[in-house]
Design a protein around this ligand. Structure first.
Ligand SMILES: CC(=O)SCCNC(=O)CCNC(=O)[C@H](O)C(C)(C)COP(=O)(O)OP(=O)(O)OC[C@H]1O[C@@H](n2cnc3c(N)ncnc32)[C@H](O)[C@@H]1OP(=O)(O)O
Ligand SMILES: O=C([O-])CC(=O)C(=O)O
Length: 370
């Protein structure tokens, strides 16, 4: 047997959802560079689920469906209020999504239609859950979603209780577009493994959230911000980075399993960070990020991934650091569910092999003789 550690280079399934070829990322054949400029998040969700861009009336219907399903069961809201306050929002989100299944009568119905509706429900409810988590821990009442607001605007509105500015909504919407899908990343693969057993869609998304949470995957974005805060000043950048490299520690937001010459999403986030810095009158986070990018490339030849500049973008948008990964989940749930639907449509159990490296020929010794 040949072992590909971390499954590097292994092609584990076919997929028609997103592709990465020669460093170019596409969703359903559309280049991410075009989608980032022209599409909004709801259009991208439709594209991922249906394989084509929506017509005006299809988009209006999806927006209606998302808004119709945005509220969460009162039982879940009461649970969110009862959960411990000092727990990471990703842990709360994972538990809340699992709990949500208990209040969906169709949770166990495994038809294509029922699963598509579950995909819409989960996408609609994630912002409501995340903002409720954020407000409850501050002793504030959760804010109910507003039907007339779009997906990105609704999140910012429910988080702060104020209608957000157009500039913030546009920037946040673009960040959601950029995070929506990414071929067979770890959390999507995990979701497909769960789906492969013919378990239910809520189980697959709970699996995916738990997988995204790790610092080598989606959890890197909040750690990038922690690093920027820890470094704090320009003079401290060089010694900080050098000591990380000397100690063979990972610099968060750099490197990628698939992109060796840079992540195409990073340039959009870099530009967003630059603009938001200019508008906010506080360029520190952007300037520090740009200096770190240059230095890490000079010293180690590594380029930033999607998580690097998203940290300063979200900070400029006034979003607390520990909500960065939940926001990633809020966008990626569209990609995860598209992959779950694709897996169900052409399923085979996912069950690779392991090369055994343990002891052999052991003789059983009775317990009182060990
Ligand atoms: C949304 C996302 O999931 S994007 C990724 C988010 N994760 C991060 O930003 C965490 C930091 N980055 C990393 O840990 C890695 O680059 C990963 C997990 C993304 C990819 O890991 P792998 O493909 O397994 O690469 P691997 O860890 O083998 O790295 C290859 C080489 O680059 C180095 N390297 C890779 N990333 C980094 C980094 N961020 N900082 C320092 N060195 C790094 C490794 O030390 C190794 O160097 P060596 O050959 O001198 O030993
Ligand atoms: O593809 C990966 O390995 C990680 C990633 O960038 C993503 O999930 O967006």
């Amino acid at each position: 047997m040949t072992v590909a550690k971390g499954l590097e280079g292994v092609v584990a399934c076919t997929s028609g959802i997103s592709s990465i070829v020669d460093g170019v990322l596409t969703y359903r054949g559309y280049n991410i560079d075009d989608l980032a400029v022209y599409a909004n998040f709801e259009e991208v969700a439709y594209l991922l689920w249906h394989g084509k861009l929506p017509t005006r009336s299809e988009l209006d219907q999806l927006k209606k469906d998302l808004s119709q399903h945005a509220s969460i069961p009162d039982e879940l809201l009461q649970q969110l209020k009862a959960y411990p306050k000092n727990v990471h929002p990703m842990s709360l989100l994972r538990t809340a999504v699992s709990a949500l299944a208990l209040y969906d009568e169709e949770a166990e119905v495994n038809s294509e239609d029922a699963n598509y509706i579950k995909a819409i429900k989960l996408t609609a409810k994630l912002p409501t859950i995340i903002t409720a988590i954020a407000r409850i821990r501050q002793g504030l009442e959760p804010v109910s979603p507003k039907a007339e607001l779009g997906f990105a605007a609704n999140f910012l509105y429910m988080l702060n209780g104020e209608i957000p500015s157009d500039v913030s909504v546009k920037a946040f919407d673009k960040a959601l577009v950029l995070h929506a899908d990414h071929e067979l990343n770890a959390s999507t693969f995990a979701a497909r493994v769960t789906t492969g057993t013919l378990s239910d869609l809520y189980s697959s998304i709970t699996t995916a959230i738990g997988t995204l949470k790790g610092p080598l995957h989606g959890g890197a974005n909040e750690r990038v911000m922690a690093m920027l805060e820890e470094i704090g000043t320009f003079e401290r950048i060089e010694p900080y980075i050098q000591s990380k490299l000397d100690n063979k520690e990972k610099i968060m937001g750099f490197g990628h399993r698939v992109y060796k010459d840079g992540d195409p999403r990073a340039k959009h986030l870099r530009e967003m960070s630059r603009r938001l810095a200019e508008q906010s009158g506080n360029s520190l986070w952007y300037e520090m990020s740009a200096a770190i990018e240059k230095l890490v490339y000079e010293k180690k030849g590594l380029k930033p991934n999607v998580d690097f500049y998203s940290a300063s973008v979200y900070t400029y948008l006034g979003i607390p650091r520990d909500l960065f990964t939940p926001i990633f989940a809020m966008s990626r749930v569209t990609g995860w569910t598209a992959h779950v639907l694709e897996q169900y449509a052409n399923n085979r159990l996912i069950r690779p092999r392991a090369e055994y490296t343990g002891l052999t020929n052991q003789s059983y010794v009775p317990i009182d003789q060990r």
